[in-house]
Ligand binder design. Structure first.
Ligand code: HEC
Ligand code: HEC
Ligand code: HEC
Ligand code: HEC
Ligand code: HEC
Ligand code: HEC
Ligand code: HEC
Length: 409
């Protein structure tokens, strides 16, 4: 899932004494690739706070979700990694390279008062002769449910930083980065931010150029509901009128358009056909994004493509199931028992769609029929090992291996 356009220009720091200087070369290399040169219009959007007064419940519960937290400004709460001296070092496979994470208290006033800075520094060389490169974290990407990665600005271009944070492990080499290299050159393409933020004003090439002020972080209400200004104005002035014509409600979409909304970000990277950030929920997604056609022979990875996996399931094919059958995106949901109630709403015990008599009666259908599996798409090096997070498999079926573990527990 990580930027597949990224040209990795890592340089072995023990051979070349300098950590790579500027990111411009690789950004130019990817610029030629893309249709994402013009900014999509972003008018009529008012931001989440405008919804709060009337939709207080959705607002409060939604703001704890991974969607909302998936991109954030750097801060003591948003960055999960540890800056305490001693715990702020990531050693690498290269004895002559380590990374240090620092927090800088700034006393200058930046309009909004004191602002701390968070820095990543690569230190290369031997104790007698080191050189280093520091960059300031500009954005945090990832709620930390599994982990987070960090971006920095080089003028008006965005790049990924070489050190990420993985929940339960701490600081790690960013996914897909080679251990022992200091790579500051991975450009952040619009598609990455389209999935992880509400909006960025993309500027003409290179492909990772953005307005340094024209962005809104987190996946906000209007990402799924469309621009809200007309609805807010109408509800504030003429609340008696029905709201249907002023704001999108995916509950009223066809099944295909409901699947499209989630497929926008949960069906893989795809190839943009129109500029990123131009898709509006309710439209046919295939006019905006070319998703790889399902290949019956290719193993579908459990990471980032819940849509294709679900579509393989007999449950999906033999019913009108969508992602919304099980997920309420306005709140966090991790309770297997609650999900299993969704299964039981179709698979009523004793009915024809329930299993044979000797089938276990349980309130956890998930561990056996949607087990967590390792993903091959997010892989990172950690202390010499390849780490792969475990993801819920959305192909609902009988998994002999998972059943054995569940039964033996
Ligand atoms: C001034 C109060 C007010 C504000 C502000 C407001 N809403 Fe609403 N909204 C309502 C009311 C009242 C309804 C129910 C109206 C109805 O049932 O026809 C509603 C309905 C909705 C619906 C369902 C529409 C449908 O057709 O079923 C959605 C979605 C929605 N609001 C989203 C939002 C979002 C997103 C925002 C912020 C951008 C927002 N609202 C701001 C009052 C408000
Ligand atoms: C604009 C992109 C986008 C859209 C649209 C979107 N998602 Fe997501 N979704 C994400 C990203 C990014 C994450 C990972 C967030 C993180 O942990 O940083 C995520 C995470 C999730 C999670 C995991 C939440 C958790 O607590 O671990 C669920 C469930 C989910 N999405 C369901 C859906 C469903 C259902 C839809 C369609 C109604 C949908 N998403 C639409 C981008 C999107
Ligand atoms: C990831 C996509 C997504 C985001 C973000 C999102 N919603 Fe929704 N919303 C949906 C979907 C899908 C539905 C329809 C299905 C449902 O009821 O769960 C919906 C339905 C609604 C409704 C109508 C509920 C009803 O009973 O008809 C309201 C009101 C609403 N959302 C408000 C909000 C507010 C306010 C926010 C931000 C705090 C928000 N939504 C964020 C996807 C989203
Ligand atoms: C097609 C949409 C899409 C693109 C493009 C994308 N991501 Fe993601 N990302 C997701 C989804 C969805 C998840 C949630 C895990 C899953 O379902 O695979 C996720 C998970 C993550 C996580 C872990 C979050 C957590 O705590 O669980 C990080 C970090 C992350 N992405 C960073 C990035 C970066 C950096 C880029 C661009 C270089 C990127 N992603 C591109 C959709 C996307
Ligand atoms: C919207 C209704 C619906 C929901 C919700 C649902 N299923 Fe199904 N499921 C079906 C239908 C219909 C079939 C096909 C039955 C048939 O063909 O006889 C099916 C088939 C299955 C099968 C057989 C799969 C195969 O490949 O042979 C399993 C196992 C299953 N479901 C488990 C579950 C579990 C576990 C859940 C909850 C995580 C779930 N289902 C949720 C409707 C549903
Ligand atoms: C301990 C593991 C385990 C748990 C827990 C479990 N199942 Fe199953 N399930 C199986 C196995 C193994 C089969 C295949 C053998 C059989 O039919 O008994 C199966 C078969 C099924 C089938 C029929 C598939 C077919 O084609 O005949 C359905 C439907 C199903 N399970 C639904 C559920 C639901 C709903 C739950 C939760 C209430 C659940 N299962 C919990 C292991 C499990
Ligand atoms: C039959 C019920 C069901 C349906 C339908 C369903 N999911 Fe899930 N989903 C689950 C369960 C169960 C989990 C695991 C939740 C947990 O343990 O935190 C999950 C977890 C997730 C996660 C978190 C990733 C992870 O590895 O835990 C994402 C993202 C997600 N679902 C997206 C989707 C999308 C997108 C769709 C539609 C294509 C969808 N889901 C349809 C039941 C469902």
């Amino acid at each position: 899932m990580k930027s597949r356009f990224a040209v990795v220009l890592a340089i072995l720091v023990c051979l070349v004494p300098l950590i790579r200087g500027s990111g411009y070369s690789s950004a130019r290399a990817v610029a030629a690739h893309s249709v994402e040169t013009s900014a999509a219009p972003h008018v009529g959007y008012v931001g989440d706070v405008a919804c709060r007064s009337c939709h207080a419940d959705e607002f409060a519960s939604y703001h704890k979700t991974a969607h909302h937290l998936t991109s954030m400004a750097p801060g003591h709460d948003s960055i999960l990694g540890n800056f305490t001296p001693g715990d702020n070092i990531l050693k690498t496979a290269n004895p002559n390279l380590y990374f240090r994470m620092d927090m800088q208290h700034t006393d200058e006033q930046h309009g909004e008062g004191k602002q701390d800075s968070f820095l990543q520094t690569a230190v290369a060389g031997t104790p007698s002769h080191t050189n280093s490169r520091s960059e300031r974290i500009a954005f945090v990407i990832g709620s930390g449910e599994k982990g987070q990665t960090y971006l920095y600005w080089s003028e008006d271009q965005l790049f990924q930083l070489p050190v990420s944070y993985w929940t339960k492990l701490g600081w790690v080499n960013s996914p897909g980065y080679r251990d022992g290299f200091a790579d500051f050159d991975r450009p952040i393409i619009p598609r990455c931010l389209e999935c992880h933020a509400t909006h960025f004003d993309a500027l003409p090439p290179p492909v990772n150029r953005y307005s340094t002020v024209g962005f809104s972080l987190g996946i906000q209400c209007e990402k799924c509901h469309g621009p809200g200004r007309a609805h807010v104005e109408q509800q504030a002035s003429k609340p008696s009128l029905a709201s249907r014509s002023t704001i999108l409600n995916p509950a009223h979409f066809s099944r295909d358009r409901q699947m499209d909304l989630c497929a926008w970000c949960h069906a893989g990277h795809g190839q943009p056909l129109r500029p990123s950030f131009s898709y509006l929920p309710g439209q046919p997604l295939d006019e905006y994004l070319q998703l790889p056609p399902p290949d019956p022979h290719a193993p579908i990875d459990v990471h980032g493509n819940q849509v294709d996996l679900l579509k393989q399931s007999r449950c999906f094919r033999s019913s009108n199931m969508t992602c919304l059958t099980c997920h309420d995106v306005h709140k966090t949901q991790h309770d297997a028992g609650e999900f299993s109630q969704k299964c039981l709403s179709c698979h009523k015990p004793g009915s024809a769609t329930f299993a044979r008599a000797n089938h276990p009666v349980t309130n956890n259908c998930i561990d056996c029929h949607m087990p967590k599996q390792e993903t091959n798409l997010i892989v990172f090096d950690w202390k010499g090992a390849k780490m792969r997070p475990r993801m819920t498999d959305h192909w609902i079926k009988v998994y002999p291996a998972a059943n054995a573990t569940a039964v033996n527990r």
